[in-house]
Design a protein around this ligand. Structure first.
Ligand code: HGA
Length: 610
C-alpha cells in the first residue's frame, strides 16, 4: 500500500526519492508525489498513475534539492486525484506524507476550519499538515509541533514532514504503521520499507510505536511516545537487491513462481540441518511455550488465511491438538472466548498486515501470551510483537499476488504441526524420519510441478474468454482450490469461487453448464473416489472439467475432462505441490487477458490499512 521515502543529504536527493518510490511500487499504489525544500520554497510534484510519470514532471520542472520526501498513495480517503495525492502542504510552508488512516479527521477538519484553515483535498492526511502548521504558528519548533499534532490524532500513521522554516531537518513519526530511519555517511534517510533505501544504506533503525524522530544530515534523535529521548538499536538489513530485480522474467509473479523450489529449500534449511523437528526452530523460548499448549488458533488474511486453513488439517491430524482458523479482521471485532493455553499463530507475508497485527493485539488483550508469527520479513512489526517466530525465507515477494510466500508458509506450518506432535508425544522416530524425507524431497517435487507449465498454459488460453470459473477440492486440498480461485480473480479478473467438492450439490451445482469451467484438485489421496463422484455430477450437467491430479491416480482424460498429472503423489505435502499449477493457471490466464499481472487493479501488496 502507501509508501514513504525521505532523504537529507549534501547531494541532490531527488534521484534517491524517485528510485526509492520505484522500489516501493510493488506494494501497489495509485498516485505518487515528492516535495522538496529548494532554497526558501517548498516545491512539490504529484501525479496519478505511475512513479515514472511523476518523475518526468519533476525532471521537466528541474527539481533538485538536498532535503525531500516522497510518497506512493493507495487511496483510502478521497478518490484517486492529483489533489488527493501526497505530499500535502499547509500554506505552502510545510509538506507531509502519510501512510495510514486518521480516524478523527472529520472532527479535526472542523476545528481547523474554525481556525481559518482551508482544505484542498478530501484526504484525512491534510488535517495532519494543518495541525502541524497550527502548532508551529503557536511558537513550537517543527519537532515539537509534530509531537503536539500526533497527540491529537486518533488512528494509524507513519508520517514524514519538512518545513521551510527549518530547512536542516526532517521529522518522522509513527503509530500503527511501519517507518524506519536509514543511516548514511553525512546523509540520512527514512522509509516505510527498507527496500526503498537499500541503494543508499543498509544500516537502519526501526521506529517503535509512538516514536518521533528528528533527522539531520549528521544526526538522528529518537523520542518515545512520552517525548523522552531514547536509543534504538541499529540493524544491518540483509534484504538482497537481486531479489528486487526482475532478471530474465516477464513479471515478478512469474519469477516468484519459479523461485519456489529454492524458497522452500531455504525455508526448511534449519529443519534439515537439525534433522529433527526441534522447537528451537521457533525461538529460544519455544519449548516452554509449545509443550503444554492445548490448542491452536490461527489468525490471518487472504492467501495467508488459506495457508492457515491447510495447516488446520495437518495440525489436527498430526499433533492431535484442536485448531481453528479465523480471518483476522473478523476475529479482532468479535467478543472471542480466550483460552490462554491455546497458541495464537499469526501468518503475514509482510509482517505488517494491519488486520493481523490488530488481531494479535486483541488476542493478547484477552490474555493470550503464547504467540507465534509466521512471517517473510525479518524484524517487521508482527514478529516483533510475538513471542515466537518462524521466518519463511522466500526472499522479497514483489508480485501483489502471493505465490512463494504461500508455499513457504505451508512448509513452516507443516513444521509447526510436526513439532507440536513431537512435543506432545505423538510423533515416533520413524514417522519423524518420514516427514523429514517428505520435506527433503519437496523442492524437487515442486520443480516437477513447474515443468507442467506448457500444459497449464494451453489450458489458460481456454480460460481467458471465460467470465466465471469454479474450483473444487476436498480435505487438505480444499484450501488449495480456494487459493486457486483467489489467484485467478486477483490477476485475471475472472470471477472464481471455490467449494469443497462435497458441497457442490448443496448449491453451486446450479451454476454448472457448458460455459462453466470447473477446476478440480484431485490427487491420489483417500478422498479421490469421492472427488471422482463429484466430477460425475459436473459432467452430468455438461460442465467442462480441468483436473489437476498425479500419476498415481491413474486418472485419464475423456470427453469434456482435461487432465494434467503431476509426477507422483507426494503424500502429506501434496497441497504444496498442487498449489503450483493453480498459480500458473492464473498467471497465464491473466497474460492471455492482458492484465497488469504484478499490479492488479485496486489491490496492494502490504495491506497496512483496515
Ligand atoms: N489515508 C491516506 C493514506 C492512505 C494509505 O496509507 N494507504 O495505504 C490517503 O487516503 O491518502
Amino acid at each position: 500500500m502507501c509508501g514513504i521515502v525521505g532523504a537529507i543529504a549534501d547531494r541532490d536527493v531527488v534521484p534517491v526519492l524517485i528510485e526509492g518510490l520505484k522500489r516501493l511500487e510493488y506494494r501497489g499504489y495509485d498516485s505518487a508525489g515528492i516535495a522538496v525544500l529548494d532554497g526558501e520554497q517548498v516545491r512539490r510534484v504529484r501525479r496519478t498513475g505511475r512513479v515514472a510519470e511523476m518523475e518526468s514532471a519533476a525532471q521537466s520542472e528541474g527539481f533538485r534539492a538536498r532535503l525531500g520526501i516522497g510518497h506512493t498513495r493507495w487511496a483510502t480517503h478521497g478518490g484517486v486525484t492529483e489533489a488527493n495525492a501526497h505530499p500535502h502542504v499547509s500554506f505552502g510552508e510545510l509538506a507531509v506524507v502519510h501512510n495510514g488512516i486518521i480516524e478523527n479527521h472529520d472532527e479535526q477538519r472542523e476545528v481547523l476550519r474554525a481556525k481559518g484553515y482551508a482544505f484542498e483535498s478530501q484526504t484525512d492526511t491534510e488535517v495532519i499538515a494543518h495541525l502541524i502548521h497550527f502548532h508551529q504558528s503557536q511558537g513550537a519548533d517543527l519537532l515539537a509541533a509534530v509531537q503536539k499534532a500526533v497527540q491529537e490524532l486518533v488512528g494509524a500513521y507513519a508520517i514524514a514532514v519538512v518545513s521551510k522554516r527549518e530547512p536542516g531537518r526532517l521529522i518522522a513519526a509513527r503509530m500503527g504503521c511501519p517507518l524506519l530511519v536509514g543511516l548514511g555517511e553525512g546523509e540520512n534517510f527514512i522509509a516505510s520499507d527498507v527496500s526503498a533505501i537499500l541503494q543508499a544504506t543498509r544500516q537502519v533503525i526501526f521506529l517503535e510505536e509512538g516514536d518521533t524522530a528528528e533527522i539531520t544530515r549528521e544526526s538522528v534523535r529518537v523520542f518515545n511516545a512520552a517525548g523522552a529521548a531514547v536509543e534504538r538499536d541499529v540493524h544491518m538489513s540483509d534484504v538482497s537487491l537481486a531479489s528486487l530485480e526482475l532478471g530474465p522474467y516477464r513479471h515478478f509473479m512469474q519469477k516468484e513462481i519459479h523461485e519456489q523450489p529454492r524458497a522452500i529449500a531455504d525455508t526448511i534449511e534449519a529443519v534439515m540441518d537439525a534433522n529433527a523437528f526441534n522447537p528451537l526452530l521457533f525461538g529460544a523460548d519455544a519449548e516452554n511455550v509449545l509443550r503444554d499448549v492445548e490448542g491452536v488458533q490461527i489468525l490471518a488474511c487472504g492467501t495467508s488465511y488459506y495457508a492457515g486453513l491447510t495447516a488446520r488439517y495437518w495440525i489436527e491430524a498430526i499433533s492431535g491438538l484442536p485448531c481453528s482458523v479465523e480471518i483476522a479482521s473478523e476475529y479482532r471485532y468479535r467478543k472471542a472466548v480466550a483460552n490462554p493455553k491455546h497458541l495464537i499463530v499469526t501468518i503475514s507475508q509482510s509482517g505488517e498486515t494491519l488486520d493481523t497485527m490488530e488481531a494479535l493485539k486483541y488476542a493478547k488483550s484477552l490474555g493470550h501470551d503464547r504467540t507465534l508469527s509466521i512471517c517473510n520479513v525479518p524484524e517487521s512489526a508482527i514478529p516483533r510483537a510475538s513471542r515466537l517466530v518462524y521466518y519463511t525465507r522466500a526472499g522479497a515477494e514483489i508480485g501483489v499476488a502471493s505465490t512463494k510466500a504461500f508455499t513457504t508458509q505451508l512448509v513452516a506450518l507443516f513444521t509447526l504441526a510436526a513439532t507440536l506432535a513431537k512435543l506432545h508425544g505423538r510423533l515416533d522416530v520413524e514417522q519423524e524420519g518420514q516427514y523429514l524425507d517428505a520435506l527433503r524431497f519437496l523442492p524437487g517435487s515442486v520443480q516437477h510441478a513447474l515443468n507442467l507449465e506448457p500444459q497449464v498454459t494451453a489450458w489458460a488460453e481456454r480460460f481467458a474468454p471465460k467470465q466465471h470459473a469454479l474450483f473444487l477440492g476436498r480435505g487438505v486440498h480444499y484450501p488449495i482450490a480456494l487459493e486457486g480461485a483467489l489467484k485467478l480473480k486477483e490477476i485475471s479478473y475472472i470471477h472464481a469461487e471455490a467449494y469443497p467438492a462435497g458441497e457442490l450439490k448443496h448449491g453451486p451445482l446450479a451454476l454448472v453448464d457448458a460455459a462453466m469451467p470447473v477446476v478440480v484438485i484431485a490427487p491420489n489421496d483417500a478422498l479421490l473416489e469421492k472427488v471422482k463422484s463429484n466430477m460425475q455430477e459436473v459432467r452430468a450437467r455438461g460442465g467442462e472439467l480441468f483436473v489437476f491430479t498425479d500419476e498415481d491416480s491413474q486418472f485419464g482424460p475423456s470427453e469434456g475432462v482435461h487432465v494434467i498429472r503431476a509426477p507422483r503423489h507426494v503424500g502429506v505435502l501434496s497441497p504444496v505441490v498442487h498449489a503450483i499449477p493453480v498459480q500458473m493457471l492464473a498467471y497465464h490466464a491473466a497474460l492471455a487477458r492482458g492484465t497488469d499481472v504484478d499490479k492488479p487493479r485496486n489491490l496492494a501488496k502490504s495491506v497496512t490499512v483496515e
